[in-house]
Design a protein around this ligand. Structure first.
Ligand SMILES: C[S@@+](CC[C@H](N)C(=O)[O-])C[C@H]1O[C@@H](n2cnc3c(N)ncnc32)[C@H](O)[C@@H]1O
Length: 254
């Protein structure tokens, strides 16, 4: 397959055409199994995701990473362990939702499951640091604790460049009707993701020149981020209109 190209078709078929151990990072924002979109109607999201995980495990390089998006139950009761290692479940917290549920607590987050094929070969923490929230006085007091001053936690000392973003990402907001990057109103919520969200993932688990796969590439957010960050890209997308939108989006960047 060509690099820096987007292919129109079904991921389940297209992924078979990729060489084994050829991909550094997969950003998988596919079906959640919750909306009324035709493409989102899968009988069991867990079985669907397990099948993806099996296929992605083949195409990832050793140490390559997969970020799988979904709802809170998207990998419940399936055994992904023969294929990939789950490093962290990241909560993408979205406090701005209307929260009008009446029978249960309203769901306020998406899950992003961070896997790797064996031990992750890349984790560029310094490229994804976020501002520290502690005050100077508190920080100095904490750092006088012997285990931090002398011991194995020395590396946890205050870092001027910021801290690890952790596994609850509340600092990146969903797109709204007012977002400048929103391509069209119909794409809000179920389709287009904020570039900042994808940027964090691409920066963390790939380097310049690496190959990133987005198997459900929508309107090409990952492609645009990869172009900015000098990563190579392959995308798959079922909807021919989105493929056209992606190509226009990328052309505009040149
Ligand atoms: C949540 S959207 C991804 C949006 C993307 N992250 C962005 O920011 O533009 C999921 C996309 O997967 C596509 N899709 C769903 N099932 C697919 C399949 N089997 N093969 C390829 N694409 C598929 C849908 O058409 C939709 O555009």
């Amino acid at each position: 397959m060509e690099i820096n190209e987007i292919y129109q078709g079904d991921t389940i078929e297209l992924v078979k055409q990729l060489d084994s151990s050829s991909i550094d990072l997969i950003v998988c924002d596919g079906p959640y199994g919750v909306t009324t979109n035709e493409w989102d109607k899968v009988s069991s999201i867990q079985d669907y995701n397990l099948n993806l995980i099996k296929n992605f495990s083949r195409v990832l390089k050793p140490g390559g990473a997969l970020y799988l998006f979904g709802k809170d139950d998207c990998i419940d009761f399936i055994d992904y362990r023969p294929y990939l290692t789950l490093n962290r479940k990241i909560i993408w917290y979205q406090p701005s939702r209307l929260a009008q549920g009446r029978l249960n607590y309203t769901n306020n987050y998406d899950l992003i499951c961070y896997f790797s094929k064996g031990k992750a070969k890349t984790f560029n923490l310094d490229d994804i640091r976020v501002p520290q929230l502690v005050e100077l006085e508190h920080r100095l007091r904490c750092e006088k604790v012997p285990s931090v001053t002398n011991g194995q936690y020395g590396k946890t000392k205050f870092n001027e460049d910021g801290k690890n973003p952790g596994d609850v990402w509340g600092d990146i907001k969903q797109l709204t009707y007012k977002s400048k990057e929103l391509i069209s109103r119909e794409l809000l919520n179920t389709i287009q993701k904020p570039a900042k969200l994808i940027e964090r993932i691409v920066k963390a688990n790939s380097n310049e020149g690496d190959l990133v796969l987005d198997p459900f590439s929508g309107v090409g957010t990952t492609f645009a981020v990869c172009k900015n960050l000098k990563r190579n890209f392959i995308g798959f997308e079922l909807n021919p209109d989105y493929v056209v939108i992606t190509k226009e989006r990328i052309e505009k960047m040149s």
